[in-house]
Design a protein around this ligand. Sequence first.
Ligand code: ZN
Ligand code: ZN
Ligand code: FE
Length: 764
Amino acid sequence: MRPSGSGGIVQGVGFRPHVWRLANELGLSGEIANDGDGVIITAWGDAAALATLCERIAAAPPPLALIVAVEREPLPGLPMSGAFRIGPSRSGAVSTAIAPDAAVCPDCLAELNDPTDRRYGHAFICCTNCGPRFSVLESLPYDRSGTSLAAFAPCPDCARDYRDPAGRRLHAQAIACPACGPRLWLEDSDGSVRTADPVREAALRLQRGDIVAIKGIGGFHLACDATSEAAVERLRRRKARPDKPLAVMARDLAQIRSFAEVSPEEEAMLRSPAAPVVLLPRAGGRLAAAIAPGLDRIGVLLPNTPLHHLLLAAHAGPVVLTSANRSSEPQVTDNADARQRLIGIADSWLMHDRAIVNRVDDSVVRQDAHGSTMLRRARGFVPAPVAGGFDVASSVLAMGGEQKSSFCLVRQGMAYPSAPMGDLEDAGCFAAYRQTLAHWCELFRFRPEVIAVDQHPDYLSTQWGQALADTTGARLVRVQHHHAHLASCLAEHGLTPGNERSIGIILDGLGLGQGGTLWGGEVLVGGYAEVHRVAHLLPVALPGGARAVREPWRNAIAHLAAAFGEGWLDQIHGLPLADHLASRPVEPLLRMIALKLNAPPASSAGRLFDAVAALVGISPLEQSYEGQAAARLEALARPHLDAAGAYPVAIETATDPHILSFAPLWAALLEDMHRAVPPGMIAARFHRGLAAALTKEAVRAAGRFGCERVVLSGGVLQNAVLAELLRETLTGEGLRTLLHTRVSPGDEGLSVGQAAIAALTPAR
Ligand code: ZN
Ligand code: ZN
Ligand code: FE
């Protein structure tokens, strides 16, 4: 019997002791052993007991195991005598997946809090059901010598636990106890070190408003008291992060309920072994307002390491927990680096000597009406595969995009995306990206035969992919940005070539389209092999290029000028935007647009959101993080949706592709502004207008191409209000919708789409 198949996770997750217990319970003889492809169980006994064994393995595997297939065949020869046992590992190429890191399990948590247990209060307690995995992994196969735990020789007691098949720590590679495990200490910026009760001291410092750097499972975090406005403001100032929302860690669900609403599905996500940040509706005013300015959702997580549990038991309230880095740099993972780079940001450092080998930031998920949406896929999910069962033999490497870039390996028909690594234009992020890629190739013994890149020649990921193709001789495939978004959603849902053709509503910031134009608001029809563009938003100038992404007022002017021509300024007379523009170089900007100088036209949905946000008064002059204006517009709209009608959008159908244009929308919106309609109502009408127009186009495309499935993807569809409106209106028209759940709709998910296109499309 073979309960894995490639891509499953059955090693390092307590699978063998689990089966050992089951088999002994059922009175079977035989053995279980790891091999390169998974585990092999040879078992003898009566037929009913053997069937029960197979059923129970498939139905109730250990918590961190992932079973892809259970294959069963009769055994030749005589039965093995004696009791069922755990056999020695057989060598061979390793093709089972590596388990992601997992939050402390309930059994370890009970021991952590039990004064009679020898691991009482030990910040590194773990077992085969929980603890660090990928983050400490240097090489395969997964055993202690290939992890950063190799530096700690187990004491005799731990060595006994490690060999005991009846316990939870049989072959638990990260096994540790106070006698032999890693050490914890608290350090000050002057280098002084405190080893006596560092957790209690850290808690006291948090209470007095300090910022404490804490070594987490996949990187350092910065923590401060989440109820203190002054502490949160200080953290923002020091980290140079003025507005971007911060995550909050709470000790338990009761504490979360004191500031947020939690549904049963959200509770399950919070408590899952991945223990991600979950975006929850804010309720009650207990947290500092500066945590998520202008937003109605708040990112919350439960403690995921024993250290977090100990710290939150000692500190009464919730804490802000944000990845430790300067603005756009990668998260700090190394002790020496933490001391150096966080100087001037942190007041003290709660750290230890278990090295982090692989950086994995916190994951972020949200529960929506259609199910969960993955907003950042990292700790607890990476490096497990997201999609698979594809009938492809070739090894594909997809390089991803430019911002929040991830790469993705396809091996033996399974897709393994990396965690996102930030904006590659930051030198530190690009270095981390190349380093991580090199490590993954080594770890998985992976040599790409095909390399997929975005069509944009300036993306550093594209250039690096080209360089790799040159040196390895791999075939290079260029994939259009929005085609990749569409394909990423098809692939995560396991749609196979021939059955995957869909309509795609792809709403995005910017991506290079066909013919050198910039796209970002597209209705496509197609599948892995090709797409056809059936409709798009009216291309509007992007005055100043990249600056238009940071400064929403530029998009407002471009959109108003496109809608009203020269008379656009009269339209905003007396509105707040007119005052804001008084201090801006409006005339030069208009000349740039007229002369088409550094003002490329773009059919971007993201920039349309920026323009609307600027008009209703949301960060009109500058946004400090990508998508800020859109996120705040979404929050404003939410309470008004039921009462709001839709703004009209004009659809030009004489052209191919059709063009959605916004002159009537702007006219109605400006009329509302002049009548002092509340901004939330205006935001809601805008969302409804856009959803209605896109739905009309999807319905037309459905009729024309005989398709009834609509994929919703692209960074703008991280907006839950827009995604849900589209889902409702499309479903109302009898169409089926397909949304992301395991891969991000944003550019982080591009690599999965690129990989699917390159893997599933015959060589072009
Ligand atoms: Zn455990
Ligand atoms: Zn020990
Ligand atoms: Fe994109």
